[in-house]
Design a protein around this ligand. Sequence first.
Ligand SMILES: [Zn+2]
Length: 353
Amino acid sequence: MGAAIWYGAGRENFRWEQVDLLGPNTEEVLIKVKKCFFSAMHVRAVLVGHAKHQPPEIFGRMFAGDVVAVGANVTNVKVGMRVTLNPERPCGQCYYCQVKEWGHCLNPTLLASGGMAEYVLVPAPLVDRIFELPPNITYAEGAYTETLACILQAMDLSNIGKSDIGKSDIGNSDIVVILGDGGVGLTFVQLARLQGATKVIIAGKHDEALQQALDLGAFRVVNIQHESLEAVVNQETQGYGADVIIEAVGNRQTYEQSMSLLRCGGTAVEFGGTPPGTKFTGDPNLIHYRSLKIHGSYRYKPEHFRRALELICTKQIDLSPIITHQVLSSNLTTDAVDIHQRSDCRALVIDFP
Ligand SMILES: [Zn+2]
C-alpha cells in the first residue's frame, strides 16, 4: 500500500512509498482510509522535527474510513461500516492512569502506523475504540473527532462558564480571549459560546477567518497586524483583563501574551505546541501577584473523544468554515506543507480516492 513516511526533519525526508499491507489477524480490523487531517504539528515535524516523535513514522491519528476486513473474533465491527478511531488506549496501570491523567500514560497502546496511508491496521486493544459514523456525517467531519477531543480537554481546563462571575450581577459571564484564528481557534470560539461565555474575543492575522469567527459567535475580532489586542482587552474588560486566555498558535509571543492579558485569578490554557528549542520569557511576579492559573493541555481523556463525536454527529459544531483545503494522497508529501501554510488554510484534509 502507499504511505507517507516521515524520516525526520526536512521536506526531502517526508516521502510517499510502498509498504507491505498486513491483513488482520483474528482480533484485528483493517480500515481503508478515506480522509485524514494534516495539521500544524505535521508541518512542524516535516520542517524542523518534533519533540515527541521519533522517525520513521507514518503519521495520522485523525482519520476516517471504511472497514474492509475484520478478524474472526471481532464482534463490534462489521465490514462496510464507516468509522473513525480513538487511536490510543492507556495502559491502566501507570501512575498517570491511576490518577486518570490518561493523556500522559507511560505505556499506551498506539497505532503502529497512522492514517497517512491507504490502510490502517487496528490492533486488538484498540478495536473497541472504533466508532461508527452516522450517514449524515462526512468522512472529513468524522476525522475531526480526535482534534475536537483535544480541544474539549482544553475547554474543561479553562473552566469557561463555571466561574462565579457568571452568577453575579456584573452582567458578564466569562470574557474569553482566543489567540489564533486557524481551524482550532474557530472551533474554540464555538465551544466557548456553547459553554456560556458571553464575550469571546479572537485575535489573528487573517481577515477572512476573523469574519468567519464573527459569524460563529465571536463578540469581537482583532487583526493583530492593525490593532493592539492589549488595548482591546483593556477596553472590553474595563481594564481588569480577560478571565480566560486560550493559546492556539504555538509560538513564543503568544505564550508570553497569554499570561499578560489575564485578570487576577485568570486562567490561561496553553494549547499550541511549539517547535523544538522554543524558549519564552516572562515576569514571574505576573503569575505570583496575580494568582494566575496556567494550564498546559495535551491529548485528552476517553470521555472527550465520545463527547467530541456526539458534538459532531448532532451538528452542534459547524465544521464547514473550518475544513477549507484538501490535498490528494498522491500529492501529500510534496504539497501538504505548502497548502497548510497558505493564509486561507484553516484545516487541511488528505483525500484518499
Ligand atoms: Zn498508563
